[in-house]
Design a protein around this ligand. Structure first.
Ligand SMILES: *[C@@H]1O[C@H](CO)[C@@H](O)[C@H](O)[C@H]1NC(C)=O
Ligand SMILES: *[C@@H]1O[C@H](CO)[C@@H](O)[C@H](O)[C@H]1NC(C)=O
Ligand SMILES: *[C@@H]1O[C@H](CO)[C@@H](O)[C@H](O)[C@H]1NC(C)=O
Ligand SMILES: *[C@@H]1O[C@H](CO)[C@@H](O)[C@H](O)[C@H]1NC(C)=O
Ligand SMILES: *[C@@H]1O[C@H](CO)[C@@H](O)[C@H](O)[C@H]1NC(C)=O
Ligand SMILES: *[C@@H]1O[C@H](CO)[C@@H](O)[C@H](O)[C@H]1NC(C)=O
Ligand SMILES: *[C@@H]1O[C@H](CO)[C@@H](O)[C@H](O)[C@H]1NC(C)=O
Length: 584
């Protein structure tokens, strides 16, 4: 449909500024850098609509039918000379009274979904659902928050577990509002295509092209040099959960330090661990763990200051009056953040605050926003995170949808004084046991990546299932490939340290299949040792993973060799270095 211009009618609560990189290769894009919410000026259909018939409603409502009760009709908005047409589901009586199109799905295929949605009044979640026409089974494909007066992007996806027909339809609880839909797309991908998108994206976002110019010490030209490239350290933060068992196990220490330079203490920093009894703080264990980490160059995420789940408050906290809770909580945040100020790379300030609202319920709507404010005052350089589960894990009806996580983050940042807090989005990644839904995972990362805030996958594991290791690998790859993901911490480790859900090594520190996956990926996400002869003009080019390298240059004509360190960074896709071979 035509874009309608010079739109002044509508109030725009958010306009997001583009911040990510746009990646396009052979018609495929990680579409995460676009504005996504409450747009007056709408956007084009993705993938030309994919397998959807009449995706832009250019031909009225052809191909679309009423799902449930109510009615559908074509809608149009006129602005200047342009007319934008879309579809309207009205006279709705049931949340699922909407529109549908019958599509044919294939078992195992990955389907990426997108549509622009809007309500005639109010603001409410709108979800897309897929109903197996044969057995009525329903798959959730994603959800967004639609509003009156502007268009919002509904992004999601499914992996079909059957071959056959399905109705694609929409759901919104409040039936008094009409659902407006435009530019619907459902694009199938094979598993192989999906994997090749990941590989292309990895080449683009995790590597840079490096050009070395080899000269003599006096800068004069040289030909025939041999260059050896040895990657000492990857840039991408890939780490693991760490617990107190590490203090008493040399094997665990060696296992950890030889693999990871990032960590999260699983429980040791939590309020219930450091202040078991009111007023008796004890940081002995997290202090010792941090010392171990520092000795081995391991950076640590501060997890967490508070946990919004009522179940996981210290026992003594549960019986406090709101006034006493306020005093105790202030003491807690001051104590833990002051103690570790500048020592952690991140703080999870109010863990799982979209699912739970312990502090809001006791202390008022602004409780979490105020703790972000306090944490920032006490530790101004450290990134402050919201941290949630079931946001990208699966498309099922869930509380912490990408739209709700985004809303929570923006609520916190809109609190007076919080605007410039360095913030991040933590997605835990507690997957399984069902097979992964990678299209949904990618849509969630796209959606939240469009905020411009860094995303970390903070606690990834895969629950027990016969294909655990394979599924674990698939979600790790999806996370690593996504441009918005800036780090991954897996909550997995040695069985002897009680990582029973996803052990990476058994009681003898022998790799489990999941441990093999981690070691394989650590090796794969690092450049192999390379030996390259220059092009005859003293130049050497290579596509290298970001990180620190030891470059050794030898010239067969002389016996001299020079070694230098270089850092290949993510700042530029193309980087040049000059290496001078010492005279001999
Ligand atoms: C749908 O795409 C067309 C361009 O193909 C555009 O003119 C129209 O505004 C879009 N509608 C929405 C709601 O994004
Ligand atoms: C449904 O939406 C209407 C219009 O926005 C609003 O007045 C009403 O309060 C909403 N009902 C519920 C239960 O949210
Ligand atoms: C603090 O914790 C450590 C480790 O659990 C323990 O050994 C020590 O006795 C505790 N200190 C106090 C004063 O309770
Ligand atoms: C929360 O903060 C906002 C902005 O300062 C304020 O307008 C509002 O009254 C506060 N709400 C509560 C319940 O304190
Ligand atoms: C989520 O969806 C999967 C299928 O996609 C289903 O097997 C599982 O039971 C659902 N889980 C919940 C909690 O609804
Ligand atoms: C191991 O973890 C389980 C919960 O997963 C817990 O109940 C148990 O106390 C832990 N054991 C040890 C030795 O840490
Ligand atoms: C770099 O590689 C050379 C040749 O293998 C080696 O002698 C040197 O110690 C290495 N330097 C570092 C910092 O690893």
């Amino acid at each position: 449909m035509n874009i309608f211009r010079a739109l002044t009618l509508f109030f725009l609560p958010f306009i997001l500024i583009f911040s990510g990189k746009f990646i396009t290769s052979r018609g495929f894009s990680y579409d995460y850098s676009a504005t996504i919410e409450c747009l007056a000026k709408p956007r084009r259909v993705h993938h030309g609509g994919g397998i959807i018939v009449n995706p832009e409603f250019n031909n009225g409502i052809e191909g679309w039918k009423m799902f449930g009760g109510g009615e559908i009709k074509q809608g149009s908005l006129k602005q200047d000379d342009d007319i934008n047409t879309f579809i309207v589901a009205h006279k709705r009586a049931h949340p699922r009274d909407s529109l549908y199109q019958l599509v044919h799905l294939r078992h195992g295929k990955h389907y990426s979904f997108s549509a622009w949605v809007r309500l005639s009044e109010g603001s409410a979640p709108v979800a897309v659902l897929f109903r197996n026409s044969k057995d009525g089974q329903i798959l959730h494909g994603g959800e967004t928050i639609a509003k009156q007066g502007c268009w919002s992007l509904l992004k999601g996806g499914i992996v079909s577990d059957f071959t056959g027909h399905a109705e694609v339809f929409f759901e919104s609880e409040n039936t008094s509002a009409e659902i407006w839909i435009d530019n619907v797309s459902l694009q199938p991908f094979t598993k192989e295509q999906w994997r090749s998108h990941q590989d292309r994206s990895i080449n683009k976002v995790r590597k840079s092209k490096v050009r070395l110019q080899i000269t003599r010490a006096d800068n004069s030209k040289l030909a025939g040099a041999k260059v050896f490239l040895d990657q000492k350290k990857p840039n991408f933060p890939f780490g693991a959960g760490m617990n107190y068992h590490i203090l008493s196990s040399k094997e665990y220490q060696d296992w950890f330090a030889s693999r990871f330079s990032y960590a999260t203490f699983t429980n040791e920093l939590k309020w219930y661990s450091t202040e078991r009894e009111r007023g008796k703080e004890n940081y002995t264990i997290p202090d010792a763990m941090l010392e171990f980490a520092n000795q081995h160059g391991i950076s640590v995420r501060g997890h967490n200051i508070f946990w919004a789940n009522p179940k996981f408050q210290p026992q003594w906290v549960k019986s406090l009056s709101p006034a006493d809770l306020k005093i105790a909580a202030e003491k807690r945040i001051n104590s833990v953040v002051k103690r570790y100020s500048g020592k952690f790379i991140h703080w999870d300030v109010m863990n799982e605050n979209v699912h739970f609202r312990y502090f809001e319920d006791k202390l008022g709507e602004n409780a979490s926003a105020e703790y972000f404010n306090t944490a920032h005052k006490l530790d101004s350089k450290t990134l402050l995170f919201v941290n949630e589960y079931n946001t990208m894990e699966r498309g099922n009806k869930t509380t912490a949808t990408p739209a709700n996580v985004r809303k929570k983050l923006f609520q916190i940042l809109s609190y007076p004084g919080n605007k410039n807090i360095p913030a991040g989005i933590g997605l835990q990644g507690n997957f399984g046991p069902d097979p992964p839904n990678l299209p949904y995972m990618r849509s969630a990362l796209d959606y939240l990546g469009s905020t411009g805030y860094p995303i970390w996958i903070t606690e990834v594991f895969y629950r027990k299932t016969p294909n655990q290791a394979q599924y674990y690998e698939e979600v790790l790859r999806e996370g690593y490939a996504h441009p918005a993901v800036k780090g991954i911490i897996t909550f997995a480790g040695p069985l002897s340290a009680n990582f029973t859900t996803l052990p990476l090594v058994d009681l003898n520190f022998k790799n489990t299949p999941a441990g093999d996956v981690v070691d394989k990926l650590l090796a794969e996400w690092k450049s192999p040792n390379l030996e390259i002869t220059d092009d005859g003009e003293g130049f050497v080019e290579a596509l290298l993973f970001h990180g620190d390298y030891n470059v050794t240059v030898q010239h067969p004509g002389t016996k001299s060799a020079t070694s230098v360190s270089i850092r290949v960074s993510e700042d530029a896709a193309y980087q040049t270095f000059n290496v001078q071979l010492s005279n001999n």
